[in-house]
Design a protein around this ligand. Structure first.
Ligand SMILES: [Zn+2]
Length: 101
């Protein structure tokens, strides 16, 4: 199965907006430290990051750290979170804020 089937066009004005498995999504480029893929809709010609619409979009922390942070949030383990990420408090606050929305 093509993993691009999990993605759909993010352009609200596109006829394929929100519809998965239509084969209209292709990879245009790969960028950043997390190897984020820039996806491309063949119908409306718009490009968007594969993380668009998720908490990983525009996150400055590595994906693994965001996932780890989320586990702490889910477990309600705020102290462990502070201890583990004390060195990057101000940076991860933004990610946490997104996760709680
Ligand atoms: Zn589209």
């Amino acid at each position: 199965m093509d993993d691009l089937d999990k993605f759909c066009c993010q352009n609200k004005n596109c006829t394929k907006h929100g519809i998965r498995g239509e084969k209209n999504i292709h990879v245009r480029a790969v960028y950043g430290p997390n190897k984020t893929r820039l996806l491309y809709c063949t119908v409306c010609k718009k490009k968007f990051a594969e993380t668009r619409g998720t908490i990983f979009f525009d996150a400055r922390l590595p994906k693994e750290k965001v996932v780890s942070l989320l586990k702490h949030v889910v477990e309600g383990n705020g102290r462990a979170e502070d201890r583990t990420f004390a060195e990057s408090r101000s940076r991860h606050r933004k990610s946490l804020h997104k996760a709680r929305r």
